[in-house]
Design a protein around this ligand. Structure first.
Ligand SMILES: [Zn+2]
Length: 448
């Protein structure tokens, strides 16, 4: 009886916190900029021969029968191995029919992604890399989102079916794609026709009404919260990031073995996106820097009609998440644009921490675990090195503010240049870990 009562309180609190906690929820901003320096130092990728660009339609038509078998095995594996998995309804199974007209839709339904995804043939040009005279593509042709933010700062170049491209560019470009609408509107209560049939149930957490909110349970993984939190809020276990990683890894392995290297690299890049998201502390922890007891205390006060501490915690976690992403993105993009390849971010990405071998439990047991542990020190450092208004003032909304737009200048004025350096060091630590995670994955897929 007592436990039920407690569960109700805590579940309500955490649910609401998550509702407001993630206006952006992209983990790392502009993944290709981060993965590119890692891939450049992996010979099996950097010196791999060029591959032939192929549309998803052609790939699916050529491989339809093999994929039907593969996806059936993948589903069986997920049901047998993944905790809190949401089984794919049998009616959505991928069946070989030979019909080219609906094969893209059949595939999107079978892997349960937003059926409006674009799947354009293009590559994401890293700053400072020559575009070889290729024609630019509008970001609107790549994503289902209509608010593009950092995509407007990037150059995308058109590829044509049959032309040749370096695998590093395929991998790096694909590394951002899961943020282009793949996982939006997949839940029953998202008011989409496909969400009603995908079998993911009601949205686990995150605000179903925010444009980016509905992808959160696919890009975050909570595995290391205290037992009391899981007992109180068992829905926190319903994240689907391990499902996505295994699905795309399986598709990539299949594509390589079938000699479909372009799609091998593209699926592989998708898997690496989700793996990388977990290395960001705000994606592996419900409320980084807020202890379990404090969460319960804040909630109790809210239940007693004193919601102030509760509302404040919600606003602060949201602001910190946003500031962290913006700082990483501005600093890294600035280093590229200045040609500053000695920047600590590049050194960290080129110098991984000690390697641990990849396994199906690596995302949870290695990546999310260490990132969860970094939640507390990250929050502590942010409180020290960012202006108070941005990370410690619950009356301030960071998103859309001029302070966020001019983050580095604002920070330098208020906290001195040493605060910028301190945050660079903090993120560089995560980047060395990120580098190891992705290297282990590449080794698992491509060997030495
Ligand atoms: Zn993501």
């Amino acid at each position: 009886m007592k436990r039920t009562h407690f569960s109700g309180l805590a579940a309500l609190m955490i649910l609401l916190l998550m509702n407001f906690g993630m206006p952006r929820a992209r983990a790392w901003s502009e993944h290709p900029l981060i993965i590119y320096p890692v891939l450049k130092t992996i010979p099996v990728v950097a010196s791999a021969p060029e591959v032939e660009v192929k549309s998803l339609l052609s790939f699916l038509m050529q491989e339809e029968e093999g994929l039907a078998r593969l996806l059936a095995e993948q589903e069986a594996w997920s049901r047998a191995n993944l905790e809190a998995y949401a089984p794919r309804p049998d009616a959505l199974a991928f069946v070989a029919t030979g019909n080219a007209e609906d094969i893209l839709q059949r595939f999107f339904y079978a892997i349960r992604i937003n059926p409006h995804v674009k799947m354009a043939l293009y590559h994401h040009l890293p700053p400072g890399v020559d575009g070889s005279g290729r024609e630019p593509v509008s970001p609107y042709e790549l994503t289902t989102l209509d608010k593009l933010s950092e995509m407007l700062h990037t150059t995308y170049l058109k590829l044509n079916e049959g032309e040749m491209i370096a695998p590093i560019l395929v991998l790096a470009s694909a590394n951002n794609e899961p943020d282009y609408g793949f996982d939006l509107g997949l839940f029953e209560d998202n008011n989409t026709y496909y969400g009603k049939v995908f079998g993911f149930g009601e949205q686990t957490f995150g605000n179903p009404n925010l444009p980016y909110g509905s992808q959160a349970p696919f890009h975050m993984g909570f595995y290391h919260e205290s037992k009391i939190v899981f007992a109180a809020a068992p829905f926190l276990k319903r994240t689907f990031v391990e499902y996505r990683i295994h699905l795309y890894k399986t598709l990539a392995t299949y594509a390589f073995s079938a000699g479909q290297d372009y799609w091998g690299y593209r699926f592989m890049g998708w898997a690496m996106h989700y793996l990388s998201d977990l290395s960001m502390p705000y994606h592996s922890s419900v409320l980084p820097g807020v202890g379990t007891l404090r969460m319960i205390w804040i909630n109790l006060k809210a239940m007693l009609g004193l919601p102030k501490a509760y509302d404040n915690a919600v606003q602060l976690v949201s602001n910190r998440h946003t500031v962290f992403e913006q700082f990483q993105w501005m600093e890294l993009r600035g280093a590229y644009e200045a040609g500053n390849f000695d920047h600590p971010f590049f050194r960290a990405l080129e110098n991984p921490v000690a390697e641990q071998p990849y396994s199906d439990w690596f995302p949870r047991d290695v990546v999310a675990k260490e990132s969860y542990k970094k939640g507390k020190p990250t929050t502590k450092a942010m409180k020290k090195f960012f202006p108070k208004k941005l990370v410690s003032d619950p009356s301030f909304e960071v998103s859309g503010s001029p302070e966020l737009e001019n983050l580095l200048e604002y920070m330098t004025e208020e906290k001195g240049p040493e605060s910028v350096n301190a945050m660079i060091d903090l993120i560089a630590e995560r980047f060395s870990a990120y580098s190891m995670h992705n290297r282990s994955f590449v080794k698992e897929m491509l060997g030495e």
